[in-house]
Design a protein around this ligand. Structure first.
Ligand SMILES: [Zn+2]
Length: 225
């Protein structure tokens, strides 16, 4: 485990904080109640007085983006999100192409939970040369779950968003009702399996090391062939 990475767990999903010097960057922002959980987790880790400089979103689904606007305001942080998920970030989950049933479920949740898009989002592209404003962090485009779904590569580790869900007895691809393109999602999984990685940080997972998550990912990829 990288010492400067903090996993922040909440019901259904987790997100991550990455520390560099006196700056902290959030990778995704979790779901209901997430803002409080994130604040508390940063305090408990002793990072509460550090400046949260930026928020990076792996994709436009609500269980990753719900708290981005609020936290960006609270911390005075910038927000970066994949340009190809702009429609989702804008709060439109309804179209047939946006995961069908899953799209409508999110549309309802967005209404009930009063989803608000963060102001002044900086849109990143899928190419690896894209500047993420965090030293050593690089975009790894992993489309399928959503068109813009991306991972972030950092020192041999990959923040892999919803590329897969990693649980002891049930490691799986995201359910197809939540994917824009499950075939592409599988290809992205196989692509990551070919990368030379030390570990991965998924957003739906149990508490094991990133190295164990990676070994599960490799098994899941092998089972797809
Ligand atoms: Zn998702």
């Amino acid at each position: 485990m990288l010492k400067n990475v903090l996993q922040i767990r909440m019901p259904m999903v987790c997100c991550y904080a990455l520390r560099q010097g006196d700056a902290v960057y959030l990778i995704d922002t979790g779901f209901v109640g997430g803002a409080k959980v994130i604040n508390r987790a940063l305090q408990q880790r002793g990072w509460g007085d550090l400046q949260v400089e930026g928020i990076l979103l792996t994709h436009g689904h609500l269980d990753h983006t719900l708290n981005a606007a609020r936290l960006a305001d609270e911390y005075g942080a910038w927000v970066m999100a994949p340009e190809k998920d702009k429609v989702l970030l804008e709060g439109d989950f309804s179209g047939d192409a946006w995961g069908k049933v899953g799209g409508w479920m999110q549309q309802a949740a967005a209404l009930v939970l009063r989803y608000k898009m963060a102001d002044d989002i900086i849109w990143y592209q899928e190419d690896t040369s894209c500047d993420l404003r965090v030293e050593g962090l690089q975009v790894s485009s992993l489309p399928g779950h959503t068109a813009g779904h991306s991972g972030f590569l950092y020192q041999g580790y990959l923040f892999c968003g919803d590329l897969f869900a990693s649980h002891d007895f049930f490691t799986h691809l995201p359910p197809s009702i939540f994917n824009q393109n499950t075939v592409a999602a599988k290809s992205s999984l196989l692509q990551v399996a070919e990368m030379d990685l030390e570990g991965v940080f998924p957003c739906h997972c149990d508490r094991v090391t990133p190295e164990v998550h990676l070994s599960r990912l490799l098994q899941l990829a092998a089972a797809q062939k």
